[in-house]
Design a binder for this molecule. Structure first.
Ligand code: FAD
Length: 362
């Protein structure tokens, strides 16, 4: 019931890769499920945002999904085929994971706000409220698709959609689709859609394809750049802005098919299409915004964690702890917004929060 309050030590909000990693480490440290910690997730089923990924995103087209601690992803696959949809294989893995480690995940429970309640934090949900000593926030980005505010957007008479709502290329057949965005999702969807219909690719900046190997060291250097930003209270940058785009065989094939030609960002949208500053116009039937996501953090607004510029200053070993309120950690955010980053951040947040709150642990 909505009015009832329960007490626990730590609430993990979100059961994606980041939340499950944190929950695993809280349990390993000896916190009791229920009294010691709970996990709340607003989705009706396991899988974090992976359950919503488009059907053509398969295990062969994802970058890489890292194992959660303690159970290998490969061991949970019914078939080793890479054609398996990520939206099925990952939720299956997460469901087995929650069961294997008996993690106390409550769903569907939507956290609506977190407020300070003296020494404690009050977590209000659509079903009940909780009083906790600390929070590990792992709410991801899927619920916060970002579309830039271009003049005339509401006037366009064609269809506009975001990566978040994409299902399949086939539905665009016979239409001129403008794909906006310079990230990996934009490239993948451009590839798919350009096989069935006419496309135009628009990016704010000249796409930057990285050369050479992208090894662990390069990955660490990229993460460090984003980490430096959040330690200074700046908003995190997109991963591609620091890593560049991979030049894969699929991208090479796109180049050979002539679909990689890119136009700069348009300055306005009309009923029929796009207009550039130099007066150039282009008719379009569909605008597909592959313009990324922001962190889903609205429920934390009552805590005033943001700096004037809009970022949240993070501190701690892996920059997960909120400087303005050390009872709160953000995982899967900024430098840890990847499956490997989420794993590491979950671990660091669990151990730092246990120490910070002086909770008994093994
Ligand atoms: P999520 O998986 O989004 O989980 C967040 C959970 O929080 C959800 O279950 C949601 O229901 C819940 N939640 C949100 N708000 C609330 C609320 N208010 N109350 C309760 N619950 C809430 N990373 C890689 O490493 N490799 C890849 O190949 C890769 N491909 C990607 C492809 C796409 C299209 C996208 C968008 C991202 C990709 N990433 C990839 C990034 C990666 O998916 C995430 O960074 C990583 O999985 C960490 O997820 P998470 O736990 O932070 O979030």
């Amino acid at each position: 019931p909505a009015g009832v309050s329960f007490k626990t030590d730590i609430v993990v909000i979100g059961a994606g890769q980041a939340g499950l990693s944190a929950a695993y480490h809280l349990k390993q440290a000896g916190l009791a499920p229920g009294r010691g910690f709970v996990v709340l997730d607003e989705n009706p089923a396991a899988g974090g945002a992976w359950q919503f990924r488009w059907p053509s995103l398969t295990l062969s087209t994802v970058n890489r999904i890292h194992d959660l601690p303690g159970l290998a992803f490969a061991d949970t696959l019914e078939s080793r085929q890479t054609s398996v949809q990520a939206s099925q294989a990952v939720p299956h893995y997460f469901a087995l994971y929650e069961e294997r480690f008996q993690l106390p995940v409550y769903r569907p429970v939507q956290v609506q706000s977190v407020t300070s309640h003296g020494e404690r934090l009050k977590i209000s949900t659509d079903r009940f409220s909780l009083l906790a000593q600390g929070i590990i926030n792992a709410t991801g980005t899927w619920n916060a698709p970002y579309v830039p505010d271009i003049p005339g957007r509401e006037r366009f008479q064609g269809r506009q959609l975001h990566t978040h709502d994409y299902h399949t290329a086939a539905e665009f057949s016979g239409q001129h689709v403008v794909i906006v965005g310079g990230g990996i999702s934009a490239l993948q969807l451009l590839d798919e859609i350009s096989h069935v219909t006419r496309t135009t690719w628009v990016t704010r900046q000249e796409p930057w394809f990285r050369s050479g190997v992208f090894d662990e060291e390069a990955g660490r250097a990229a993460v460090k750049q984003v980490e430096d930003r959040v330690r200074q209270g700046l908003s995190p940058k997109s991963v591609v802005s620091v890593t560049g785009l991979p030049f894969t065989p699929a991208v090479q094939a796109m180049q050979e098919r002539g679909v990689l030609h890119r136009l700069p960002m348009f300055s306005a949208i009309t009923e029929q299409g796009l207009v550039w500053d130099d007066g150039r116009e282009l008719q379009a039937d569909v605008i597909l915004w592959c313009t990324g996501f922001r962190s889903s953090l609205d429920h934390l607004d009552p805590l005033f964690l943001r700096e004037e510029g809009g970022g949240i200053t993070l501190t701690g070993r892996l920059a997960t702890q909120v400087a303005r309120d050390p009872r709160i950690h953000l995982v899967g955010h900024g430098p840890s917004a990847s499956t490997i980053g989420a794993n590491r951040a979950g671990r660091a947040a669990a151990s730092e929060l246990i120490t910070q709150l002086n909770l008994p642990s093994r």
